[in-house]
Write a protein that binds this ligand. Structure first.
Ligand code: SF4
Length: 449
């Protein structure tokens, strides 16, 4: 996961990008960067490891002059988060300089990279974005034509922003795996991974960048191009379930409403004999509301989150995740003592967090713990930009429901069905490959890489 933003036609654009990136920080905390264009300074890039507020000082932002820019927050897709992979990437090609930042994972990257290396291209990172940048750089014609030719070669997930000397480009792969929304701020344009970043800037949502669409924004306005013929959407279900903020809308559906509906459907499919419902703050809060309302069971604050500790899923190593769980959640003992508790979580990936939470609730005095998961068992690896580790680390890949229940120590455990998940979305355009193993693309060499 990563978050991207692009701004065109706004004074001090980098300051606006700084704000937008903080509203996308949940999508990546390992590093961030901004590339800004001014006629005097050309394209300047500043990036570094850490949170947005840590990387950019007043002086850094002041150095990023100009009315157009792109920005990125990075979530590492490998166990080691190398700083050389922090985006945006800046590249020189024979028709000028440009910068690129992208969100997603390109499944045929290995094949394309090998082809370019045999032609003498040198790569300084393992990032797919650098590959995209090389393909754009070696194209012919104007920048829009180069981006279109490059994007046609790529398969997989890429929501991308590109900054050149006179224009901002934004494109989305033909499946539409990752979100990308377009807004207006006065005469300026803003594109961002989530609508919450548009809201943060007071920008008015215009529309989503369509799957398979490239848009160019310059002094003459906005122009749309097709990368490929229209096809059905395939938005990542995990964006709705876990990653996106609940105040964002994705492809016309509200994330909060989606999660609440999954909670309602979860109760319909698997009610629980509980005195109270609690969530794992904060991503399962909306689903817990739906479950509580459907079952007429009071929703309570059974776990309190320490807001100043990072999310555990996004930590790149298991050791860091283990420490994170204990630090970030505390049980409300006075509430839990003697109670049968239904715990609503959005997903179980490795199972270690759920196990620690169940233990914590029992130690706090809960007499029964019923886990209800507002998504189906996560049993297949993702090749489109969500790093869940190797398939062996996915607890649902090698264990039955009974085995997972026993491992996490709950009195009962149930998951939402794939059918209910699709119904909660309201339209059929969801990627559910990590629940079903039915991948919407070829996987090329991605399975080994
Ligand atoms: S496989 Fe799962 S995590 Fe990956 S894009 Fe599809 S729904 Fe999202």
């Amino acid at each position: 996961m990563c978050g991207i933003v692009g701004i065109f036609g706004l004074e001090n654009a980098s300051r606006a990008a700084f704000t937008a990136l903080q509203f996308l920080q949940h999508r990546g905390q390992q590093g961030c960067g901004i590339a800004a264009y001014s006629p005097e300074g050309g394209i300047q890039v500043r990036k570094g490891a850490g949170l947005v507020r840590e990387v950019f000082s007043e002086a850094e932002l002041a150095a990023l002059r100009g009315s157009s820019c792109i920005g990125h927050v990075r979530y590492p897709t490998t166990e080691v988060g190398g700083t050389e992979n922090i985006q945006p990437f800046r590249l020189n090609c024979h028709s000028g300089v440009f910068a690129l930042a992208h969100n997603g994972n390109i499944v045929n990257a290995g094949i394309l990279k090998a082809r370019l290396e045999s032609l003498g291209h040198l790569f300084h990172s393992t990032s797919d974005s650098e590959l995209f940048a090389h393909l754009v750089g070696m194209g012919r014609g104007d920048m829009a034509g180069r981006i279109l030719s490059a994007a046609k070669l790529l398969d997989g997930a890429f929501s991308t922003v590109i900054l050149s000397d006179g224009a901002l480009y934004a494109c989305r792969d033909k499946y539409g795996f990752r979100p990308l929304s377009l807004g207006r701020l006065g005469d300026a344009y803003v594109v961002a991974s989530e609508t919450c970043a548009l809201e943060a800037l007071n920008a008015v949502f215009v529309r989503d960048v369509e799957p398979g669409e490239l848009i160019r924004i310059d002094g003459e306005g906005l122009k749309s191009f097709r990368i490929s013929a229209r096809r059905g959407r395939c938005m990542c279900a995990m964006e709705f379930i876990y990653f996106a903020r609940p105040d964002s809308d994705i492809d016309g559906s509200g994330v909060h409403a989606f999660r609440k509906e999954t909670g309602r459907l979860l109760y319909e499919e698997h009610p629980a004999p509980a005195d109270l419902v609690i969530c794992i703050p904060e991503s399962s809060f909306s689903a817990a509301i739906g479950f509580s309302e459907a079952g007429h069971i009071p929703l309570e604050t059974g776990l309190v989150k320490n807001a100043y500790v990072a999310r555990t899923f996004i930590e790149p190593t298991q050791a860091l995740r283990d420490i994170g769980v204990r630090k970030k959640l505390s049980p409300v003992k006075s509430l839990l003592k003697g109670k049968r508790v239904a715990v609503i979580d959005d997903s179980i990936v490795r199972g270690t967090t759920s196990r620690q939470i169940v233990r914590m609730l029992r130690e706090a005095g809960a007499t029964q713990v019923h886990m209800r998961i507002a998504s189906p068992p996560y049993a297949w690896p993702c090749f489109y930009g969500i790093d869940t580790g190797s398939p062996e680390q996915l607890i649902a890949a090698g264990h039955s429901l009974a085995q997972i229940r026993a491992y996490i120590g709950a009195d009962s455990l149930e998951y939402l069905s794939v059918d209910a998940l699709s119904r909660a979305c309201g339209h059929p355009g969801l990627c559910t490959a990590c629940f079903t193993g039915e991948y919407p693309t070829e996987l090329y060499d991605a399975q080994s890489g």
